[in-house]
Design a protein around this ligand. Structure first.
Ligand code: FO1
Length: 306
């Protein structure tokens, strides 16, 4: 059994690769970038994994449903609402039904299970917590929700700090704890270490459980050289005072993880990372198509010995 801690568009490709080769896959999903929009509860990381596994994901954008229409959003614009967060019509149905179920007393875990059934997704997707955790980015505009920083202001402003509001009090989902505890291998997906994986590591119970079984934990780097393969990971790492390369990542994860997969182009970092008492594996980590998704998943399943 494999458990993947996942968040963001970088994670879905690896989850897809692993799920195509291993039948028993659990995904513990980040909730820090969940966002309330027009009274609807949007859970981008949960939905991206569900859509990705259901073959509905808009691959080009990395979020939302492929070939979705935007009539609902157009109407909101006519009503004078802000429309920078591009929710498609079919996607809006997901948020609407989720919000209704929450109002009727269901928790996010049960709703996510129900949704997986409706989308015929057999991977078990577990929100890391049913409590509210919100990732906020501090800039000279003040403290912004991650979606405001990244989507509304296009991630342009220098980052002064990152906060995880509610993470210290959040109760880890017991199912997430079990999925970590019982797994043969736990994979920290190549998501953004500060805004996708980071919010989950801030939840004490999750961090503690991972540190107990850290020999079984494998991180997959989202960086090659000093740059993230996609997205603003390097920018956030720099703001957090973390060296922006796979060594910085390894150091950041070193209390919860004993194994790391880095890109072969970063082989020169191997010795330095080994000095952190970590096993280092190198291969091609970019996943541009199904072949490379499967190749990386296969490498993790066959070559990484935990
Ligand atoms: N990302 C964008 O860059 N622009 C958008 O308009 C946008 C809308 C959106 C709607 C639903 C959803 O689930 C995700 C959406 N995303 C959008 C992606 C999201 O901002 C982030 O990529 C994730 O939160 C990072 O994990």
């Amino acid at each position: 059994m494999i458990t993947v801690l996942a968040g963001g568009t970088g994670s879905v490709k690896l989850v897809r690769g692993l799920a195509s080769q291993e039948t028993n896959v659990n995904v513990v999903s980040n909730v820090g970038d969940n966002y309330w929009l027009y009274g609807l509860y949007v859970c981008p990381d949960i939905d991206t994994i569900i859509y990705g596994l259901a073959d509905l994901l808009d691959q080009e954008k990395g979020w939302g449903i492929k070939k979705d229409t935007f009539n609902f959003l157009r109407q909101m614009e006519i009503f004078g609402e802000e429309t920078w967060f591009r929710v498609g019509d079919r996607d809006a149905a997901t948020h609407l039904i989720r919000t209704n179920m929450l109002k009727n007393g269901k928790n996010l875990s049960d709703i996510t299970k129900w949704m997986c059934e409706k989308f015929a997704v057999s991977v078990n997707i577990i929100p890391v917590t049913d409590n509210n955790v919100e990732t906020r980015i501090t800039t000279d505009k003040g403290e912004l929700h991650l979606q405001e920083y990244w989507v509304k202001y296009r991630g342009k402003d220098p980052v002064e700090g990152i906060q995880y509001i509610g993470a210290d009090k959040a109760r880890p989902n017991p199912e997430a704890i079990n999925a970590i505890h019982d797994a043969d291998m736990v994979v920290l997906a190549p998501g953004n270490p500060l805004t996708s994986i980071g919010p989950m590591l801030q939840i004490k119970g999750i961090r503690k459980e991972l540190s107990k079984i850290k020999k079984k934990v494998v991180a997959v780097s989202p960086l090659i050289g000093e740059d993230a393969i996609t997205g603003p990971a390097a920018k956030y790492m720099e703001a957090a005072g973390i060296e922006t390369n796979s060594y910085g990542l390894a150091k950041m994860y070193s209390d919860v993880c004993s194994n790391i997969v880095i890109d072969s182009k970063d082989r020169l970092l191997v010795k330095k990372i080994q000095s952190l008492d970590m096993k280092v594996y190198d291969t091609k980590i970019t996943m541009k198509n199904k072949i490379s998704e499967d190749a990386l998943a296969n490498f993790i399943l066959k070559q990484v010995h935990v």
